[in-house]
Design a protein around this ligand. Structure first.
Ligand SMILES: Cc1cc2nc3c(=O)[nH]c(=O)nc-3n(C[C@H](O)[C@H](O)[C@H](O)COP(=O)(O)OP(=O)(O)OC[C@H]3O[C@@H](n4cnc5c(N)ncnc54)[C@H](O)[C@@H]3O)c2cc1C
Length: 519
């Protein structure tokens, strides 16, 4: 088989397929190469408000209304209930002491719930990737991308302005020629190996391991521990059980499947012998009795996966004629669901490069800028997640550090929705002239594990750093770490977004914030 295309995309996860779809919309010929076949298991399932906004922006820019429906729980359920997904109303954290049952007081010292939406209809989602990705790959194929699944590429060569990829598909040789190669094959993927790209250990994050699978019949935390006053049902969220040395995620899909797994420091992973899979999971839950209750009747529906090294970051992510998408360039940790927004930001940037430039010096220059921004975003994410890891035994500091994320994320989303993206430069506002350096300095302070006065000072400094960006009442201690999504917070803080209360009001109306609609 011989294929000639403008762009060859290696990997047909959501990122590769979405890039293929967008490129078809601007008239490029595309070959989308997949090693496996859909539907297939993939990890990375929980979206965020910013991820959904970026999905909307890409859908609008490239005329993809069939993709836009997935950016909200309500439109998804009304339009494509056949594609598996889950409702995510926010971020839920419970903090555990190993060996002890979970218990808390009226101040919610051992929990943190941050709503991302005021009601289900405009809620965020978890993507059931076997369905989600195969739907996108099918769409890309319908849009005219040449889709080659079960294809193994053994060799890639770049000569002048063409790349050649050689491999086999179902025993037959495949020969692909393309002007540009996009690597969407995931961490330590195709080009990383083929080109021997360097990926030294991360700078701030301790080495971590992953252990995860899909389950059925996982009991709901909010049924085992009901509380009518929570800002949203605790399990309709990305539910995090945090403990010293790691954390567990639980993401529920409406098809009865729950994605659950743990990210663990090497020490914790060694203690439970994480490579043992099911037995290691049992050993972990034996230290977390309240979490174990949730899994009493649960069964796995997919084999256990142990990832001996979760985090990864390449130092070079593009060259003449090729680029890695952010999800192939680096993975930090799922703790703040940063993978999707980073990937979607990168897809937008790379499409921009391919649309605006032709092969030659101007494209090379644009690619260098793509690399600079992508690596800077990964670094900002790494530093914040590393700071959180360093505070897993100090719950108040951990919770306060998360406010850096929630303030930056909610401010960025609102600024973009108000058509003022220039107010929120960089993922996590890392390129903001005031917030960026503060974020860096505060994370560095947290990494030093301060005690006494220095620790109090860190907490105060975090409050001061987020104040100009806090549009969600995050510094209001009377909320006792249960933060609802309130229209009045946004209206009251309109001036921080250089907007009038009426403009914010109109935004809230437009985005369905005030009406609950029908899911
Ligand atoms: C444990 C874990 C949990 C995560 N949780 C979240 C989360 O909750 N939220 C979030 O935002 N992000 C999360 N992430 C990050 C998230 O997984 C990625 O951002 C996302 O999967 C990227 O999607 P993708 O389509 O680029 O890559 P992938 O989903 O990795 O898909 C890559 C595709 O390429 C194919 N492929 C691989 N090699 C080749 C090859 N040589 N030739 C052809 N095809 C190939 C694979 O078969 C696959 O289909 C998580 C990451 C990890 C490790």
């Amino acid at each position: 088989m011989r294929v000639d295309a403008d762009v060859a995309i290696v990997g047909s996860g959501f990122a590769g397929s979405l890039a293929a779809l967008a490129l078809r919309r601007i008239g490029r010929t595309v070959v989308l190469v997949e090693r496996g076949r859909h539907p297939r298991f993939a990890i990375g399932e929980s979206s965020t408000p910013l991820a959904n906004l970026l999905l909307e922006e890409l859908a609008d820019r490239y005329g993809l209304p069939q993709i836009r429906v997935f950016s909200k729980w309500g439109t998804w359920q009304r339009s494509r209930p056949d594609v598996g997904g889950g409702l995510k109303r926010g971020f839920t954290f419970f903090f555990h002491q190993p060996g002890e049952r979970f218990g808390d007081d009226r101040e919610h010292e051992r929990q943190l719930l941050v709503a991302a939406s005021p009601h289900d209809d405009i809620g965020d989602t978890h993507w059931y990737r076997p369905d989600f990705d195969s739907n996108l790959a099918r769409d890309a194929e319908s849009a005219g991308a040449i889709y080659l699944d079960e294809t193994a590429i053994d060799r890639v060569e770049f000569d002048g302005d063409r790349a050649t990829l050689d491999g086999t598909r179902l025993g037959q040789p495949v020969h692909i020629r393309a002007s540009f190669v996009v690597d969407a094959s995931g961490p330590r993927g195709f080009l990383s190996r083929a080109l021997g790209l360097d990926a030294p250990p991360l700078r701030w994050l301790p080495p971590t391991q992953g252990l995860y699978t899909h389950f059925e019949d996982v009991a709901r935390w909010d049924v085992l521990r009901p509380d009518a006053a929570r800002p949203y049902p605790a399990d309709d969220a990305a539910l995090h059980h945090v403990f010293p040395g790691g954390w567990i995620w639980m993401l529920r899909f409406s098809n009865g499947t729950t994605s659950a797994g743990a990210a663990l420091t090497d020490d914790t992973a060694a203690r439970i012998a994480a490579a043992d899979g099911a037995a290691a999971w049992d050993r972990l839950l034996a230290t977390l009795p309240s979490v174990r209750e949730q899994f009493q009747s649960a069964r796995t529906v997919h084999p256990w996966i142990h990832t001996p090294r979760l985090a990864f970051r390449s130092t070079q992510i593009c060259g003449p004629g090729w680029a890695l998408l952010p999800s192939s360039a680096g993975v930090i940790d799922p703790l703040l669901s940063t993978g999707f927004p980073l990937t979607l930001l990168g897809i937008g940037r790379l499409l921009d490069v391919l649309e605006r430039t032709r092969p030659g010096p101007s494209r090379d220059e644009a690619l260098r800028e793509y690399e600079r921004i992508t690596l800077a975003e990964l670094d900002a994410t790494e530093m914040l997640v590393a700071a959180l890891y360093s505070a897993m035994s100090d719950v108040p500091v951990f919770k306060r550090l998360t406010l850096l994320y929630f303030a930056a994320a909610s401010f960025s989303e609102a600024a973009r929705r108000l058509n003022r993206p220039e107010l929120a430069p960089g993922f996590l506002l890392h390129a903001h002239p005031a917030f960026g350096p503060e974020l860096h300095a505060l994370c560095a302070m947290a990494l030093a594990k301060p005690h006494g006065r220095a620790r109090d000072e860190l907490m105060k400094m975090i409050d001061a750093a987020i104040e100009p960006f806090d549009i969600a009442g995050l510094r209001d201690r009377s909320r006792r770490d249960w933060y609802p999504a309130l229209a009045e917070d946004l209206v009251a803080n309109a001036s921080k977004l250089q907007a009038t209360a009426a403009e914010v009001d109109a935004l809230l109306e437009r985005s369905g914030f005030r009406t609950s609609g029908q899911a």
